[in-house]
Every structure is written in structure tokens, then in C-alpha cells.
Design a binder for this molecule. Structure first.
Ligand SMILES: Cc1cc2nc3c(=O)[nH]c(=O)nc-3n(C[C@H](O)[C@H](O)[C@H](O)COP(=O)(O)O)c2cc1C
Length: 181
């Protein structure tokens, strides 16, 4: 499939089928993420794939409690991918402080989208999840307290017939220009 077609076909999936995702497919998504560029080639990420149903249930019960309840749909997703933001290289941290830019977040965004687009190509649905109880995610998965978990990805098969229409996007003229702001 042409890349632009694939990109436009992807949309957030919030209703999943009760069907496990093959490990080979998850590994392909991880391979796509692994190939992502990053500032100074820092690769400041670690992907924890939660596909054990009991563990995933426990994780979702805790992560989407209280104010985070809007994401309880994640309980239906057969896989939750937890992206741990690792420390970048010294140079990117110093450079980031100097510039006021969190390079590691840009890096994680790129790697995550590689993952998501590979999943799309394999017929899997995804949803980026930024609203969750981080301390519980860390507790359930034994992630050290000093680490940061900025984002999760829900992953699984979905009923394409029931897919919602794609969200609108701003027109090109509004988001881009040539040669000046
Ligand atoms: C960084 C980030 C965080 C997001 N967090 C959530 C979330 O917590 N819950 C949710 O349902 N969707 C979340 N989304 C999905 C967005 O709502 C969705 O991408 C946006 O509305 C555009 O829709 P589309 O993905 O179907 O094109 C998140 C997306 C991004 C990129």
C-alpha cells in the first residue's frame, strides 16, 4: 500500500475484537519502531508489551481508574504497549536544556508512529493513550519510580465495518506555507 494511503487509512481504534495478536506481528511493529530516527541516535525508549490477559487486566483496572476513566475502553484491547521514556544521550539532554526542547519526546513520538503505521499495515488497530495513571502503570509493571512513562499504545484487531469516519484535518493552506510563516 502506498505510504500516504496507509497514513490516511489509520485512525484511532477504541473498540477491539476479543482476538489475541500474534507475537510475530507485534515484533514487526517493534522492528518498525526500532528503525526510527532520534536526536544523536539516542533511542531513548523502551517498549513493554503487555499481552498477558491477567496482567493487562490488572494494568488497565489501575491505570484508568478515577479521573482516567475515559480510557477504560483499553480493557478490551488485547495488547497495551507501554513506552518508557529513557534518558537520552548526555548531548541531547544538555542540548535540550539549552534549546528548551524535549528531544526525547519528539523521538518517542516518531518511534511510536512507526509502530502504529506498521500495525495499520498488518491490519491491526491502535490508539495512542496519553491520559492514564502513570504511578500505577509503573507499580504494576515494576518500572523504577525515577523513570517516565509518557505514552501508551492500545493495540488489537478491530471490526473494520464498525470503524468511525476519519477525523477532519486542517487544510494545507492553514498548516503550511512556503518560504515564510
Ligand atoms: C499524544 C497523544 C495522546 C492521545 N491520548 C489519547 C487518550 O488518552 N485517549 C484517547 O482515546 N485518544 C487519545 N489520543 C488519540 C487522539 O484523540 C486522536 O489521534 C485524534 O483525535 C485524531 O483522531 P484519529 O487518530 O482517529 O485520526 C491521543 C493521541 C495522541 C497523538
Amino acid at each position: 500500500m502506498a505510504l500516504l494511503e496507509l497514513i490516511k487509512k489509520r485512525k484511532s481504534v477504541r473498540r477491539f475484537l476479543d482476538r489475541p495478536v500474534e507475537r510475530e506481528k507485534i515484533l514487526l511493529c517493534l522492528e518498525a519502531a526500532r528503525a526510527a530516527p532520534s536526536a544523536c541516535n539516542s533511542q531513548p525508549w523502551r517498549f513493554i508489551v503487555v499481552d498477558d490477559p491477567e496482567l493487562k487486566k490488572r494494568l488497565c483496572e489501575r491505570a484508568f481508574r478515577g479521573v482516567y476513566f475515559i480510557n477504560t475502553f483499553c480493557q478490551q484491547a488485547p495488547v497495551i504497549v507501554v513506552i518508557v521514556s529513557e534518558k537520552g544521550k548526555f548531548l541531547t539532554r544538555i542540548g535540550g536544556m539549552f534549546r528548551g526542547t524535549k528531544y526525547y519526546l519528539i523521538d518517542i513520538g516518531i518511534a511510536g508512529e512507526h509502530f502504529v503505521l506498521q500495525a495499520e499495515e498488518l491490519g491491526l488497530g491502535t490508539c495512542w493513550i496519553g491520559w492514564f495513571n502513570e504511578s500505577w502503570v509503573k507499580k504494576v509493571l515494576g518500572i523504577p519510580r525515577e523513570k517516565k512513562v509518557d505514552i501508551l499504545i492500545a493495540l488489537g484487531y478491530h471490526d473494520k465495518q464498525k470503524a468511525k469516519a476519519a477525523h477532519d484535518r486542517e487544510p494545507i493552506e492553514k498548516i503550511a506555507s512556503f518560504n515564510a510563516y
